[in-house]
Write a protein that binds this ligand. Structure first.
Ligand SMILES: [Zn+2]
Length: 206
């Protein structure tokens, strides 16, 4: 005779497993820190190269070591009259796969079927700096512009070069490195975030 598992047992298992996966999440929300960031997370809108909303809400999740380094960098920018504007932090692997389907170019999108992106490990940030009145600094191209104007070695006028140096100088001081093709992307230099990629949905109830 076939044994049936009572519904309340199934419910209990689902409840316990969801609690455990919450507990195991290595990511923290940057808004837990007493530091003012501004946000323009375009993947939580349709204004992005995918032309679709792929995040349920605008959040910046990172592993704790990276979050603390980013807060330190933001505090230093604030002393100089700027603040960080966040475009993207942790990115679930499922979203990385969608990006790869639409734009399979490893210069701009990490291949999720190989090593993926440092974003999938909660250790990369896409960002710029704005003045405290929220006005933008000219960085030579828009965010997610897949062209050579976005490259860090592309020749630009003095204002853009100065703005980029301002951005990179403080980020490097706090342990972040830019990548060649995207002026807005920073990987955290520590190697201890390891190889594991995560597929944790955003908790949009907060
Ligand atoms: Zn990035």
């Amino acid at each position: 005779m076939k044994k049936r598992v009572p519904f309340f047992i199934i419910g209990l298992i689902i409840f316990i497993s969801s609690f455990q996966s919450d507990k195991k999440s290595p990511l923290i929300n940057i808004d837990q820190f007493d530091s003012v960031f501004t946000y323009d997370v375009r993947y939580a809108t349709e204004n992005n190269f995918l032309k679709q909303q792929v995040y349920d809400c605008e959040q910046c999740l990172l592993i704790p070591e990276v979050a603390k380094a980013l807060v330190n960098a933001n505090n230093e920018f604030c002393e100089l009259g700027f603040m960080i504007k966040l475009f993207d932090c942790y990115r679930p692997v499922s979203v990385q796969k969608k990006m790869w389907e639409i734009y399979p170019n490893p210069s701009y999108v990490g291949n999720p079927y190989k090593s993926g992106s440092i974003h999938n490990r909660g250790a990369a940030i896409d960002m710029t700096i704005v003045r405290l009145d929220s006005t933008e600094l000219d960085m030579g191209s828009d965010y997610d512009h897949f062209g050579k104007e976005a490259h860090i070695d592309h020749p630009h006028n003095d204002t853009i070069v100065k703005n980029r140096q301002q951005l990179w100088g403080i980020m490097k001081k706090h342990g972040f490195s830019p990548i060649r093709t995207e002026w807005w992307h920073f990987n955290y230099d520590a190697k201890n975030y390891g190889l594991k990629v995560w597929d944790i949905p955003f908790d949009c109830k907060e």
